[in-house]
Design a protein around this ligand. Structure first.
Ligand code: TXA
Ligand code: MG
Length: 318
């Protein structure tokens, strides 16, 4: 890969100024968030948003998440009820995406929502994405910065490898903290499990039913358009992936956890938060290894382990 394609600039004033100029000119730029690296463009500019779909090779029916600096900015775009406002107040900035009715005067390009009457919106906690939001003064649409169907990027070099030749710039601010995409919530439903767990969102018993798409299987959204969890191969490595492996079979690269060491481990101490942060980088390494197949040790299905297993099931589905 040519070192200038894309350019990788360390986070700082110069990188943010250059990224903001590219976005103002209608381009897209890869920028880290606390979850994964995103590919950001001006959400009010339909040509810029089309550029995201083009760079990712993403089917245009899959809508994008819009990033805004704070709750006040979000309220200009989406309609909040009390439940949504309370979740926003508790968890923003942070890895929570709310699916809410789109305001008619939002100014958001319809390509962002793929024509849905709702919008997925979040306030990121990462300094680089926040600096870019401040510098552009625009809501930024940003899906994960990988080619469609590939593994989400948790490092600048993952982005550069996946989108080489398709984007001009990656802002590098090191590995992302959470390592998994944001938890997506619509009303009482968790549409996509993520770093914020069911228990964190709804502490205590008797707070009403909460289901996840992994509890109940994919369901059509009211508009009949694809909702998260319905693209089964969304997080796929290029090789077969065997789940719940307790030992290596011939030709496998084993990703360990806890007592199972493997070729590398998500967490030797069986720490699920550490495991989530390491997951996608481990899948990238396993994919790049000479082994023709990947196996991964069992991950307990509690807390953020639910989100890890959700991503693993998708990655294993071929
Ligand atoms: O952590 C994250 O959420 C990252 C960072 C970059 O913010 N972004 C991310 O975006 O994961 P993306 O585009 O890879 O995933 C967005 C998900 C998709 O599964 C999409 O179907 C869903 O959000 N989505 C977007 N708008 C929606 C809507 N109105 N209703 C239901 N689902 C929606
Ligand atoms: Mg993605």
């Amino acid at each position: 890969m040519s070192p200038t394609n894309p350019r990788i600039l360390p986070y700082g004033e110069a990188a943010i100024a250059e990224a903001a100029a590219l976005i103002r000119a209608g381009g897209c730029v890869a920028v880290p968030t606390e979850t994964v690296y995103g590919l950001a463009a001006d959400a009010t500019d339909s040509r810029a948003v089309a550029g995201i779909y083009e760079a990712k090779g993403r089917p245009s029916f899959n809508p994008l998440i819009v990033h805004v600096p704070d709750l006040a900015a979000a309220e200009l775009i989406a309609e909040f009820d009390e439940t949504a406002r309370s979740l926003a107040e508790r968890f923003w900035p942070g890895p929570l995406t709310l699916v809410l009715p789109l305001r008619p005067d939002s100014g958001i390009a319809s390509l962002v929502t793929a024509g849905l009457p709702t919008i997925a919106i979040r306030v990121p906690a990462h300094r680089a994405m926040q600096a870019l939001l401040a510098a552009t003064g625009k809501p930024l649409a940003a899906p994960s910065a990988n080619a469609s169907g590939g593994i989400s990027p948790t490092r600048a070099e993952h982005v550069a490898a996946s989108l080489a030749g398709r984007i001009p710039l990656v802002i590098d601010d090191g590995p992302t903290l959470a390592g998994l995409e944001s938890t997506i919530v619509q009303g009482e439903r968790i549409l996509r499990p993520g770093p914020l767990t069911k228990a964190q969102l709804h502490p205590g018993e008797g707070r009403g039913p909460v289901t996840t798409s992994s509890d109940s299987g994919p369901r059509p959204s009211p508009g009949g358009i694809t909702a998260p969890g319905q693209l089964d191969s969304h997080y796929a490595p290029s090789k077969p992936l065997r789940l719940n492996a307790t030992q290596t079979e011939t030709g496998e690269y084993l990703i360990g956890f806890g007592p199972i060491p493997g070729n590398e481990t998500l967490s030797a101490t069986a720490n699920l938060t550490e495991g989530a942060a390491n997951l996608f980088a481990a899948l990238h390494r396993a994919d790049a290894s000479p082994a023709p197949a990947i196996a991964i040790a069992p991950i307990p299905n509690v807390g953020i382990g639910v989100a890890i297993n959700d991503r693993l099931r998708r990655a294993a589905h071929r």
